[in-house]
Design a protein around this ligand. Structure first.
Ligand code: SAM
Length: 312
């Protein structure tokens, strides 16, 4: 929550539009998966407030944090702690309460439950018990970051948190290198430098990167640059190592048929004049295609499977 937000709660039930939130039916014996704000408390939806009002119990990661949020809206609810370490046990208790006909709201500390947050195991257990699960959509850092990134791509791949260990992190990034979808990475504030260094070690320096920092908070910042300039941007201000980050990485270039045909044409011309190695290398420089793949293709064209060795 930011300094600019008022700490006063208000009577949500009195908002005229709340009548519309109430028009839908909210059956009992149902688990409601409720998104909460990722920073600015007023990003909570009216439906979320309506469901929280109706809920018999609120299952949450941290009862202090969720208690403070509920208080801001004048709600006083029974809460049950449901975090990473007790999800399975709590799930059984919640299933029992749902069977008894209660409405249970599930929230996380921020954003959408089960998105890099606890919740999936509870939802799984409730569904396995044959009980109903209803999502109440709202904020999620990944979607907010994508929406303001300007990266033009219909596809994105949600990576979430990368492994903390350098070797595992680089191995995972290597598996993502050829993906053409925009990559969406969550990062803890103290690891942003390591994250950017790992990205720079694996991806091409010209890839676009977007940093979406402190979304919906007082010091919100959205910065887009080439990967080669990313570390300098993070280091330019010590505060940048403190905020919450979503890092978006432009997907790999789409290799289309027309580009393939052009690379083939250039390769053939050069093969008439140069060695296989030179032709592959020059074609890579001209087209931006991968030298190794062009080298293999050049060998095929030559038909002998071996370089002529002219420039070794
Ligand atoms: N469930 C949440 C969601 O729906 O986005 C994600 C929770 S995850 C534990 C926390 C991570 O989400 C942070 O490390 C950061 O990467 C991202 N995040 C959460 N709030 C953010 C914000 N206000 N600005 C930027 N990133 C945020």
């Amino acid at each position: 929550m930011t300094e600019t937000q008022s700490s006063s709660s208000f009577q949500i039930a009195q908002l005229p539009v709340m009548g519309e939130a109430a028009q839908q039916s909210y059956p009992t014996a149902t688990l409601y998966v409720v998104a909460t704000p990722i920073g600015n408390v007023t990003d909570i939806t009216l439906r979320a407030l309506h469901v929280l009002m109706l809920a018999d119990v609120v299952a949450c990661e941290d009862t202090r944090k969720t208690g403070a949020l509920l208080t801001r809206f004048g709600l006083n609810k029974q809460m049950v702690a449901a975090h990473q370490h007790n999800e399975r046990e709590v799930a059984d208790k919640l299933v029992a309460r749902l069977r008894a006909g209660e409405r249970v709201a599930l929230v996380s500390d921020a954003g959408t439950p089960a998105v890099s947050d606890p919740g999936a195991r509870i939802v799984d257990a409730v569904r396995a018990a044959g009980l109903q699960v209803v999502p109440i959509p709202g904020a999620s850092a990944a979607i907010a970051a994508l929406s303001a990134s300007g990266l033009v791509n219909d596809r994105f791949h949600f990576v979430g948190f990368l492994p903390a260990r350098p070797k595992q992190r680089e191995a995972e990034l290597s598996t993502l290198k050829q993906m053409t979808a925009t990559l969406v990475i969550y990062e803890a504030p103290h690891r942003i430098n390591d994250c950017v260094e790992a990205l720079a070690a694996v991806f091409e320096p010209g890839r676009q990167v977007v940093f979406a920092r402190e979304l919906s908070k007082l010091f919100e910042e959205i910065h887009r640059c080439e990967l080669k300039d990313a570390l300098a941007w993070v280091k330019a201000d010590a505060n940048r190592e403190r905020g919450e980050f979503v890092v978006l990485v432009e997907g790999a270039a789409v290799q289309d048929d027309a580009q393939d045909a052009e690379a083939e044409r250039i390769l053939n011309i050069l093969l008439a004049e140069c060695s296989v190695k030179q032709a592959a290398s020059l074609t890579a420089q001209i087209t931006g295609r991968k030298k190794n793949a062009l080298y293999e293709r050049a060998l095929q064209i030559k038909g002998n499977g071996q370089d002529d060795g002219q420039d070794d």
